[in-house]
Design a protein around this ligand. Structure first.
Ligand code: DOR
Ligand code: ZN
Length: 332
């Protein structure tokens, strides 16, 4: 049984870094252990033009400081002209589509998917990946993702050369969809590999595990975990780490989002070790993403030891997953 591992250029393929003081707090925490990440554009207002994208990339780079960390920028989906897409293309990894109102800061999201098809067709022609928050906002909360799966079917068939990423999948049915279409891929979070709805609301309510999409049933968690532990080649790690200040979490009207970035890699090592699958972790946290997106991340070796460490109760005013608890692995 290994008691240490070395990971090459781990990547977090879905992360919320925010702006201002929150960005300054959380960006270095990701950059300490990851070599790059896909930066979500759901600021207020969203990152939905080249000027704002360049500003935001500069902010992220400034906040990351001396760490080796490449921000792969995602643009907020709206209807773009061909000229817009041509101008922004070399600066982004993809365009993130939020159905209107589906989650935090998605008010400017897509109202009608049929109106979005022209932009998608141009993205297909220009090789710009489409990243999707795949939930139907009007559906019952447990069914929002499964109700969206037929939309993925439709998009995958209508745009067979468009690279589609199902972001933060939470269901066994979504895992199955990966094998149906060559052009469909997915990210999965740490929390959705670990928890079910029981951990959020089955006993005393835990607001720090409340996120969108919400955690589902044990059989969903198990299907996600199996796909991750076998390093399914179309599945990538994307933490969806989503920091909110404590007063926005421990209140009535709790914001959605689990803050995992600073402990994600150590907890993944612990999880993969517990299932005797440490040999699959490199592909899950970097190799698969490199193949899917054709990335060449900066070289960065991260050394992890099988030694217990205690998770801080808070980082600034943000409470992390497993706050105050122990992890069996730590980043050196
Ligand atoms: O739980 C979530 N929080 N899900 C999302 O899709 C957005 C995120 C956030 O930005 O806080
Ligand atoms: Zn997200």
């Amino acid at each position: 049984m290994p008691t240490e591992i070395f990971l090459q250029s781990p990547l977090d393929m879905h992360i919320h870094l925010r702006e201002g003081a929150m960005l300054d707090l959380v960006a270095p925490l990701s950059a300490e252990t990851f070599a790059g990440g896909v930066i979500m554009p759901n600021l207020v207002p969203p990152v939905a033009d080249l000027e704002r994208l360049e500003w935001y990339m500069g902010e992220v780079r400034r906040a990351v400081g001396e760490h080796i960390f490449t921000p792969y920028m995602a643009l907020f989906f709206r209807n773009y002209s061909e000229a817009d897409l041509a101008a922004v293309r070399e600066h982004i990894i993809g365009i993130k589509l939020y159905p209107e109102g589906v989650t935090t800061n998605s008010e400017g999201g897509v109202k009608s998917l049929s109106d979005a098809e022209q932009t998608m067709a141009m993205m297909q022609d220009m090789d710009i990946p489409l990243l999707v928050h795949g939930e139907v906002p009007e559906s019952f909360v447990m069914d929002r993702e499964s109700d969206f799966l037929p939309i993925y079917d439709e998009l995958a068939q209508k745009f067979p050369r468009l690279k589609i990423i199902m972001e933060h999948i939470t269901t066994a049915a979504a895992v199955k969809l990966l094998d149906r279409y060559e052009n469909v891929h997915a990210t999965v979070t740490l929390q959705h590999l670990l928890i079910t709805l029981d951990d959020v609301a089955g006993g005393l309510l835990n607001p720090h595990l409340f996120c969108k999409p919400i955690a589902k049933r044990p059989e969903d968690r198990d299907a996600l975990l199996h796909a991750a532990l076998t390093a399914h080649p179309k599945l990538m790690f994307g933490s969806d780490s989503a920091p909110h200040p404590l007063e926005k979490k421990e209140c009535c009207g709790c914001a959605a989002g689990v803050f995992t970035a600073p402990v994600a890699l150590a907890m993944l090592a612990e999880l993969f070790d517990a299932h005797d699958a440490l040999d699959k972790l490199q592909a899950f946290v970097s190799g698969n993403a490199q193949s899917i997106y054709g990335l060449r991340p900066p070289a960065k070796t991260v050394h992890l030891l099988k030694e217990p460490c205690t998770v801080p109760a808070k980082y600034g005013d943000v409470v992390p997953i497993r706050s105050g608890g122990e992890i069996g692995w730590r980043v050196v």
